[in-house]
Design a protein around this ligand. Structure first.
Ligand code: ADP
Ligand code: MG
Length: 399
């Protein structure tokens, strides 16, 4: 990870105008915010800048209005929820550049906060149009990016602004980058990665990158079936991408060359139907799966063996559940391995970083999300980072 400036590097910002890119792409129902996690993530940066006396202008996108003003996607809808989290009054400005913003800046006092309109109402946002970048920057003195979740996109407000204004990482961006660096940048070895989820095809680049980076790759979930099939195992009616068995073998070969040990389940939980607690449920060796059975979770003995692997490791990065965790008892392997990782982290012997929509849900379900060293809620950006890609929004911050 290259170096970047943080809020610690700011001089006196009293009365200066800060453009702060945050993630306000909030879950909403009938124009009401149903989950304020992302606001709470941005709050430390916004409040710190306000306390330092800056005039804080928040920039964010909401939904996919594709360069048009769509009234049902106006960020005016989130003002109340943001005020509630910040405990401060917040002004709404229905533009992102030009005289209206200039006038608002004139009205704001040092320490005041405003939310500008949905950046994606302007076509230049997603095109990273230099004219739009210039126009937004014209009303401000410096730029802070606190939206890691949008950093995989080179848009005007996620990347462009960093080139025309003094640029800083916000606290939430800083925490994310530091955690990810500890997990894959300069990790303490041995490093284990858990990759699960439904399909190999959705995580090919993640697997290809990880086998060159980690000491142990634990593959679970539906994607393990494709690897088992590649090794000649009959996986019955399991979810399996038979057309990708060649690719799976290539990944196993790369792992071999790189000295990465790949752990596939040798024992699995199977059932004839996909339902909660089905009567046909059983655990068996991978070589004993019947033609009419589906593999829906890693077996209890295999999970114990995986726990033993984690006990020998210092760092863990995890994306994807080990089984169809939404349906009991196919959550068992994910919950058991998550509990082991959590206990090792609490003891101080493991740095554990996890991310992915369903992964975060699974770790919450296991009741251990708070025990992991870091949980990323960044979705697409987290996966691109796991693929070893340089994120444009992060690269633009580097000094
Ligand atoms: P994330 O959102 O954390 O990146 P994914 O979306 O890749 O994770 O994968 C999660 C999905 O994979 C879950 O819906 C889960 O039910 C499914 N899954 C895991 N194991 C299996 C399996 N053996 N068979 C079918 N689906 C599975
Ligand atoms: Mg998912």
């Amino acid at each position: 990870m290259s170096a970047f400036k943080t809020l610690d590097d700011l001089g006196d910002v009293t009365g200066k105008v800060a453009l702060v890119r945050v993630d306000l792409n909030l879950p909403m129902q009938d124009a009401v915010v149903t989950d304020d996690t992302r606001i709470r993530a941005a709050a430390p940066t916004v409040l710190e800048l306000a306390e330092k006396g800056a005039k804080v202008l928040l920039l964010a996108h909401f939904g996919r209005p594709k360069g048009e003003r769509v009234s049902t996607q106006s960020l005016s809808m989130v003002v109340g929820a943001v005020e509630k989290v910040l405990g401060k009054e917040v002004m709404f400005v229905p533009e992102i550049a030009g005289d209206v913003v200039k006038q608002a800046v004139g009205i704001l006092r040092a320490g005041d906060i405003a939310i500008l309109e949905n950046t994606r109402f302007w076509k230049g946002e997603e095109k990273n149009d230099p004219e739009l970048v210039k126009a937004i920057a014209a009303n401000a003195d410096f730029y802070v990016n606190d939206a890691f979740s949008a950093a995989h996109r080179a848009h005007a407000t996620t990347e462009g602004l960093a080139h025309v204004l003094p640029a800083y990482a916000g606290r939430s961006m800083q925490a994310e980058l530091e955690a990810l660096d500890k997990a894959l940048g300069k990790p303490e070895k041995p490093v284990a990665a858990v990759v699960g989820g439904a399909k190999v095809s959705s995580k090919l680049d993640v697997l290809k990158h990880l086998v060159t980076q980690v000491d142990h790759l634990i593959i679970g979930g539906g994607m393990a079936n494709t690897f088992l099939a590649a090794k000649g195992v009959d996986v019955g009616k399991s979810l399996c991408e038979h057309d990708l068995t060649g690719t799976a073998n290539e990944i196993l070969d790369t792992a071999d060359t790189a000295g990465c040990t790949v752990h596939l389940p040798y024992e699995v939980v199977v059932s004839k139907e996909f339902a909660a607690n089905p009567p046909s449920l059983r655990a068996c060796n991978v070589h004993e799966v019947a033609a009419d059975e589906m593999i829906l979770d890693v077996g209890p003995l295999a999970v114990e063996a995986l726990s033993d692997v984690l006990k020998t490791c210092r760092t863990l990065v995890w994306n994807g559940p080990l089984g169809a965790f939404e349906t009991v008892p196919f959550d068992a392997a994910t919950v058991a391995l998550a509990k082991t990782a959590a206990a090792l982290t609490r003891e101080g012997s493991l740095v554990s970083v996890a991310g992915g929509g369903d992964t975060v849900a699974a770790l919450n379900h296991a009741g251990v999300a708070g025990d992991f060293s870091y949980i990323s809620t960044a979705g697409g950006a987290f996966l691109e980072w796991m693929e070893g890609k340089e994120l444009p929004g992060v690269a633009a911050l580097s000094v």
